[in-house]
Design a binder for this molecule. Structure first.
Ligand code: PLP
Length: 407
């Protein structure tokens, strides 16, 4: 008898974006003339930078010639990309992260979801709330969370509320945890964690021998100088933190697929008998067994952003989306709606008027303005009464959507 992994049955019903899709399709069928603008799913809309296209074209031609053809690449990524990341994202910023500490992947979703495999089944996890759902769901699937309670929280998870009251910056909990998922800039709140709060987390992780899983997929969107782009800007973080980064939102690679995880050389976990084991060795073992590397063409495309020209093109792309973010923020402010984010992130997190439930607000916006956003409740219990708008639409659609909302 093929018994299933029953942990999957603990996951709450509909996947957020599937439910949104269903409601939008129903509305469109009933209102065929409505021109719906989608500021919901966090996918980008603008084309890849030219440097990436040129590099990928060249790489494709290399594969078309027996002399330069390449088959399976290294599971941890080609050195040319690992070295450029080390140099441009870390060493140029005064951070000692070597190429050997960088593991290339086909995107951060897989890395954030797979990393839990190298930790013990009985690890106690703490997760920001609201946040990108992958951290929680993958731990549910792995059987680490217990059951879902009637308040929408899982039994064995420590939720770290991110609310307007704490400036969306959760402090370390009083109880001990083993794994801590933090996301900055945060999806969905669009807010960031500053040096002080990150230092508190690093200190807490050191004290308890825990590991911080730090998702910085939106680091390239940070505009304010004093906000850390990497957790390794915090002293001692290399002893306690793994960092995730992605080319998806930085360079439009959501469909092209490339990301990476940084596992510092000396970062360890502990066996039940107290022996220290290097986490990077476990991850390499996992990847060499279950992953066969990111496409050569894609890695060449990603490498291309690490030049002065590449950086200028990436900046232009990010500036485009951040102009949209400003338009959304200012439009919402004009009609007296409270909103957060949109300064160091492509997400705007708005408080629903009169504490309206977030799915009700979703329907209202869809029906009255034909604009699609994402209900905050889909990102965790503390997301209720909030709503996420993204700046990843085209400029024209963003202007039009804001005009409709204001009306
Ligand atoms: N981390 C966060 C916080 C995200 O919002 C996303 C995508 O939306 C990802 C990771 C996944 O990115 P990727 O496209 O690299 O898988």
């Amino acid at each position: 008898m093929a018994k299933i992994n029953e942990n999957y049955l603990k996951l709450p019903g509909n996947y957020l974006f599937a439910e949104i899709g269903k409601r939008v399709a129903k509305f469109q069928a009933e209102n065929p003339d409505a021109e719906i603008i989608r500021l919901g799913i966090g996918d980008v809309t603008q084309p890849l930078p030219k440097v990436c296209i040129d590099a990928m074209t060249k790489a494709a031609l290399e594969l078309g010639d027996a002399k330069t053809f390449r088959g399976y690449g290294p599971e941890q990524g080609y050195d040319f990309l690992r070295e450029k990341i080390s140099e441009w994202n870390y060493k140029k910023r005064g951070l000692e992260i070597s190429a050997e500490e960088i593991f290339i992947s086909d995107g951060s979703k897989c890395d954030c979801g797979n990393i839990q495999e190298i930790f013990s089944q009985d690890s106690k996890i703490a997760i920001a709330d609201p946040v990108y759902p992958v951290y929680l769901d993958t731990n549910v699937m792995a059987g680490r969370t217990g059951n879902l309670k009637s308040d929408g929280r899982f039994e064995n998870v420590i939720y770290l509320p991110c609310t307007a009251e704490n400036n969306f910056s959760p402090a370390p909990p009083t109880e001990k945890v083993d794994l801590i998922y933090l996301c900055s800039p945060n999806n969905p709140t669009g807010t960031t964690l500053d040096k002080k709060i990150l230092s508190d987390w690093v200190a807490c992780a050191k004290e308890n021998n825990s590991v911080i899983l730090y998702d910085a997929a939106y680091a390239a969107y940070i505009t304010e100088k004093n906000i850390p782009r990497s957790i390794y800007e915090i002293e001692g973080a290399k002893d306690v933190a793994i960092e995730f980064r992605s080319f998806s939102k930085t360079a439009g690679f959501t469909g092209t697929r490339c990301g990476y995880v940084v596992i510092p050389e000396n970062l360890t976990g502990t066996t039940s008998s107290g022996e220290k084991i290097l986490l990077k060795n476990l991850w390499l073992r996992r990847q060499t067994t279950k992953f066969n590397g990111t496409a050569y063409i894609v890695q060449r495309g990603a490498e291309a952003i690490y030049s002065d020209e590449g950086q200028a093109q990436v900046k232009k792309l990010i500036d485009y989306y951040m102009t949209n973010a400003k338009i959304i923020r200012e439009g919402l402010a004009k009609i007296g709606l409270t909103a957060y984010g949109g300064v160091n992130a492509p997400y705007i997190w708005l408080k629903t008027p009169d504490n309206m439930p977030s799915w009700k607000f979703f329907d209202k916006l869809l029906n009255e303005a034909n604009v699609v956003g994402t209900p905050g409740a889909g990102f965790g219990p503390c997301g209720e009464n909030y709503f996420r708008l993204t700046s990843f639409g085209s400029y024209e659609n963003t202007v039009e959507a804001v005009e409709r909302i204001v009306k």
